[in-house]
Design a binder for this molecule. Structure first.
Ligand code: GAL
Length: 420
């Protein structure tokens, strides 16, 4: 009898405690906003923190939870996010690139249409039309862009060029390969690369430089096959470029890749312009003096763009707070806080240009120049959906190991058809 009462009493106590702790969890989640990104490096972390602080100030009592997962280009974050979305455990907002990277989420109902925020905030007038087109799927807009990055840049240390007697960085890949021969003869590495995604980033810029912007775009809209002689020849250049890089020994992410250029053991690196902030804030170097950046070979006047954007996931715990976060991301104040620290330029056309100096001043001027030709990045989600991008990753990994270009081109071509 007593045993029975004790058992019932303990059951009640357990359920009471469980109930209390559920309330505690719910209570906590009510007052917090979990934002998911891959910004853990110098500069990007500070940029995010600045926006987080502004968000908390505008929403007293709400805690900003930074759920960033490290790994350049989202190399780890995207996989973890995929499993969270599959388990219906989304963060309250997550980072995606503008462009086809959003497509799967939209098709599988993982994100909400936020077109009404665009109307409410007047964003259709302040974001460039091309960018809006990249955020629109079936007439609806699914993410809010916070910045613009440029992918096609060649970084160097001017002192290294002087030491080697190199007058100026190469204007095309043939010139690069000629310089590389002389560089290797002097015992240095011509090009630093990093992990797999940086190799794809490099391939993207070689294709752009060799095929030109029209050819590059045709590869991704199906008008140019990867197996044509023109593309084979561009891929052959890519293979030659890889051969004079440190791909066999490279380790670490994009920062160590850039470090080798700063130290002078490698002469060049192709990387996106998040490198500018790393060079300026972390390495204390100055654009045009102690570090240099030019359009990657063969791409002068072309801006290979990408844009970091944030979403409103289906099942976000407090959609009202998620929307407030999106307003922060899309606001002029938020963009002007974030971008000078992040090393990117604002997505808004009306942001304060005076805040963007040095490299960023040049980037803004190039982006706004009507003569500039804008194309979208492959590696950073603009021109290929996730399934196609993943297939390119696998094929590229095999190519880097075994060097079979024909097989690479055939696989990528076939996968283009299968993943559309
Ligand atoms: C890109 C992203 C940038 C930067 C970079 C390196 O995909 O858009 O903001 O994070 O990766 O991690």
């Amino acid at each position: 009898m007593w045993k029975g009462r004790l058992a019932i009493a303990s059951l009640l106590l357990v359920s009471l405690l469980a109930g209390l702790s559920m309330c505690a969890i719910r209570g906590a989640s009510n007052d917090q906003l979990e934002v998911y990104s891959w910004w853990t490096g110098p500069g990007e972390e500070e940029g995010l923190a600045a926006m987080a602080k502004a968000f908390e100030a505008a929403n007293p009592g709400v805690r900003f939870v930074n759920a960033a997962v490290s790994g350049g280009a989202g190399s780890n974050a995207k996989a973890i996010l995929a499993s969270r979305l599959l388990a219906n455990d989304p963060p309250d907002s997550y980072q995606r690139h503008a462009g086809l990277e959003l497509l799967d989420d939209v098709r599988s109902g993982k994100v909400h249409d936020v077109s009404d925020l665009y109307d409410e905030q007047g964003w259709r007038e302040v974001f460039p039309k091309g960018l809006l087109d990249n955020l629109t799927i079936d007439g609806k807009i699914y993410a809010v862009p916070v910045n613009i990055h440029r992918a096609n840049l060649l970084w160097y240390n001017p002192q290294t060029l002087r030491d080697l007697g190199i007058q100026e960085p190469p204007k095309n890949w043939a010139e690069f390969l000629a310089q590389a021969e002389a560089i290797q003869a002097k015992g240095k590495v011509a090009l630093a690369v990093g992990p797999e995604w940086t190799q794809k980033h490099l391939m993207e810029t070689v294709l752009l430089g060799e095929l030109g912007p029209n050819g590059y775009e045709s590869l991704f809209n199906g008008n140019l096959a990867w197996t044509t002689p023109q593309v084979s020849s561009a891929l052959d250049t890519f293979a030659k470029v890889l051969a004079v890089s440190d791909v066999k020994s490279a380790s670490g992410d994009w920062q160590p890749q850039i470090d080798r250029v700063v130290q002078g053991s490698a002469v060049y690196a192709v990387m996106g312009d998040w490198a500018s902030n790393y060079l300026e804030q972390t390495k204390k170097l100055r654009f045009g003096e102690t570090y240099g950046a030019v359009a990657s070979p063969g791409t002068d006047g072309v801006y290979d763009f990408l844009s970091d954007s944030f979403t409103l996931p289906t099942g976000a715990r407090r959609p009202d707070l998620s929307r407030k976060w999106l307003v922060e991301c899309g606001s002029a104040a938020g963009q002007n806080l974030f971008n000078p620290l992040k090393g990117s330029i604002p997505a808004r056309t009306d942001a304060d240009a005076a805040l963007y100096q040095g490299y960023l001043g040049w980037a803004l001027q190039q982006w706004r120049d009507p003569k500039t030709r804008i194309v979208g990045s492959l590696t950073h989600g603009v021109v290929a959906n996730n399934a196609y991008n993943a297939e390119i990753d696998s094929a590229l990994g095999l190519f880097v190991q075994h060097g079979d270009l024909g097989k690479f081109a055939r696989t990528v071509q076939q996968q283009f058809r299968e993943t559309q």
